[in-house]
Design a protein around this ligand. Structure first.
Ligand SMILES: Cc1cc2nc3c(=O)[nH]c(=O)nc-3n(C[C@H](O)[C@H](O)[C@H](O)COP(=O)(O)O)c2cc1C
Length: 212
């Protein structure tokens, strides 16, 4: 069992990364070999529409663009589980996640008649979202939008899909240094102490459940 963990936050030690490290611990507790990748260490872009992955006779489920992301896509598609963690930026997963999704999604998507997915294996997928927004906003405004991407992974990778959201995250240790008057620092710090540990547990459980 191999589980790949993708940190699609540019910050390597903050909310998303901490949850992903717990998911990694959960995967390892279930006996999986794991690989943790900080996406923002890599040089890559979104899909360049070169159509190499659609060429007649080309090996399927491969991104042929020569940059740091293509080998990561190979490793994800050779794994048994993948867990993506991404902050919500401007109401969407981060640009890094979107670029990876375009590249991975397009090279498994078939433009032939019939079956839509070229991928004939099975990979479990986890999504960990972090955001400033409170739970209610996530449920009513963000969740319905994000479900489309989740559904793609469910139907194209054919595995189990689990999702969790850490809402109302602490964005900085010291709000007083920034113009961020709309946030209540004391409340955020309290929630960090009282709520975030439960989110960490959920992330651990996700890693475990997807890697058994
Ligand atoms: C460029 C940018 C855009 C953001 N947009 C949103 C947003 O639309 N909704 C939201 O709830 N939080 C938004 N946030 C807050 C982050 O999603 C939140 O702080 C997240 O937990 C950061 O993850 P990290 O700690 O792993 O870096 C934004 C932050 C940045 C830097």
């Amino acid at each position: 069992m191999k589980t790949v963990i993708i940190n699609a936050s540019p910050r390597k030690t903050w909310n998303t990364a901490q949850l992903l490290k717990e998911a990694q611990r959960g995967a390892e507790a279930a006996g999986a070999e794991t690989e943790y990748i900080d996406l923002y260490d890599l040089a890559f872009s979104g899909c360049r529409s070169c159509l190499s992955c659609k060429r007649k006779g080309a090996r399927r489920c491969r991104c042929y663009f020569k940059d740091d992301l293509s080998p990561v896509i190979d490793r994800i598609l050779a794994a048994d589980a993948v867990i993506f963690g991404t902050p919500i930026y401007m109401g969407e997963p981060s640009a890094g996640f979107r670029a990876l999704f375009e590249r991975l999604g397009f090279c498994i998507l078939s433009y032939d008649e019939g079956e839509r997915s070229y991928f004939d294996g099975k990979i479990n997928t986890g999504f960990i979202y972090t955001m400033n927004a409170p739970d209610g906003y996530y449920e009513t405004n963000l969740r319905p939008k994000l479900e489309g991407t989740e559904e793609f992974f469910r139907s194209f990778l054919k595995g189990k899909v689990l999702t969790m959201a850490a809402c109302g995250t602490l964005q900085t240790d010291d709000y007083s240094r920034y113009s961020m008057g709309m946030f209540n620092e004391a409340q955020r710090k309290e929630s960090r102490k009282t709520r975030f540990p439960a989110d960490l547990e959920k992330a651990f459980d996700m890693g475990y459940a997807l890697s058994r």
